[in-house]
Design a protein around this ligand. Structure first.
Ligand SMILES: CC(C)(COP(=O)(O)OP(=O)(O)OC[C@H]1O[C@@H](n2cnc3c(N)ncnc32)[C@H](O)[C@@H]1OP(=O)(O)O)[C@@H](O)C(=O)NCCC(=O)NCCS
Length: 93
């Protein structure tokens, strides 16, 4: 219902506000829906933490955005944000 993407947009805003260069995270290798969200925001797969999750020893994929200051990335985020606002206006009220 748009909530995950809304949270990700906020996280990107906070990272920019604090002068961070990129956003990076770990995600379960099997978590296709989350990876699809991160793909939508041009996160790249930059590494693997083997047996990262202690409950089932699943690997974590490390995913990182391009430089937040990169014009192409900023334009892509602005376009996605506008589309998200149109699709889920209640999440921006
Ligand atoms: C992954 C998660 C954060 C996505 O949030 P959500 O509110 O369900 O998803 P949204 O409606 O915001 O969807 C945003 C994008 O995520 C991807 N996505 C979401 N659900 C998906 C699914 N079932 N299959 C494939 N892609 C999916 C799509 O790219 C989607 O974009 P689209 O609507 O343009 O297709 C959410 O399912 C969740 O909280 N999962 C459990 C916890 C978790 O996995 N957290 C991430 C840990 S790294």
């Amino acid at each position: 219902m748009g909530i995950g993407e809304r949270l990700l947009l906020s996280a990107i805003d906070v990272a920019k506000e604090y002068g961070q260069e990129v956003v990076t995270l770990e995600v379960r290798k099997s978590n296709e829906s989350a990876q699809s969200l991160y793909d939508k925001y041009a996160f790249q797969r930059v590494g693997l933490r083997r047996n990262y999750y202690t409950d089932n020893n699943e690997d974590a994929v490390i995913m990182t955005t391009p430089a937040l200051s990169l014009p192409m990335f900023r334009e892509m985020v602005a376009e996605r944000r506008a589309r998200h606002r149109q699709r889920y206006p209640d999440l921006w009220a």
